[in-house]
Design a protein. Structure first.
Length: 281
């Protein structure tokens, strides 16, 4: 079992309101997962092999050990069966954008030693469930969210691993701290129990040119180094950056965690690709 993971024995969802007795916050719902058909398992295995080849090639070109790059399978809108199939191939880091969908899949896959990463937009009303059921959060962009996560993290689970999201391109459609605001938030976060800020995350605006793709990743890596120099004892060992279309550029600039969805699972149906801009993987 991964050291940051724990098995879940139940699934939670908001409970319906009652007229005569106080409502409980959650109710139990059964959830199961079965195996994928062999043809789909084979296709998934082939896509995974191609992703591994891309990561290994990019790492070699950058003079890096491929083992220093961690693959997170971003499984939003994907089934528990698909995640189970990936786990059979050795992928145990799972990224999720949507909280209730993730909780459903965690229940269905409770027998597997998976490490769960929340990579979607984080709101105040989600922090308790995220603190209780995830091992990593990559999308924190406000001190208030950090304070809630720290307060709501169960002590028995150990510190929650956190990445601060940085909005490198000042895009109004995306969340994230301005680069100039990261130091103040990081300074305050270091005093909070229950969480450990491990590094920085970014979702740069799409760029088609490989050289241009490297620029925002280089900026994020440089920001992490400046913060470590400015804050004695700070250790930012995680750069969560790079997705299906730009993973080579991210690895070249020092990415430690890649968030890969489409390249692993294939294109999502058109009806499921809408939503908050910037969260494709």
């Amino acid at each position: 079992m991964h050291p940051w993971c724990t098995r879940l024995n139940f699934i939670i969802e908001p409970a319906p309101a009652m007229h005569h007795t106080p409502p409980s916050r959650y109710t139990v719902r059964p959830c199961t997962a079965t195996a994928l058909p062999s043809t789909m398992q084979h296709e998934l295995r082939q896509r995974l092999a191609r992703v591994h080849e891309r990561i290994e090639s990019a790492a070699r070109d950058a003079g890096r050990d491929p083992a220093s790059v961690r693959l997170i399978a971003v499984a939003k809108t994907r089934s528990a069966e698909e995640i189970r199939a990936l786990a059979k191939e050795g992928v145990t880091d799972i990224g999720e954008n949507y909280l209730q969908e993730a909780l459903d899949k965690q229940r269905a896959l409770a027998d597997l030693p998976l490490c769960w990463h929340f990579v979607g937009a984080l709101q105040s009303n989600k922090t308790r469930a995220v603190a209780e059921h995830f091992d990593w959060v990559h999308s924190v962009d406000r001190l208030r969210l950090l304070e809630r996560l720290a307060r709501q993290r169960p002590a028995a689970r150990g510190p929650l691993n956190v990445c601060l999201q940085v909005n490198l391109d000042a895009e109004r459609s995306k969340a994230g701290l301005a680069p100039g605001d990261v130091e103040a938030v990081l300074t305050a976060a270091r005093e909070l129990p229950g969480i450990t800020v491990r590094g920085l995350m970014a979702l740069p605006a799409p760029r088609s040119d490989p050289a241009a793709q490297r620029e925002p990743f280089r900026t994020l890596a440089a920001l992490a180094r400046r913060l470590e120099a400015a804050l004695p004892g700070a250790k930012l060992d995680v750069l969560s950056m790079g997705m299906s279309d730009d993973l080579e550029a991210a690895v070249a600039e020092g990415a430690t965690h890649l968030r890969i969805g489409t390249a692993l699972f294939g294109p999502r149906p058109a009806a499921t690709t809408t939503g908050q801009k910037g969260v494709q993987a």
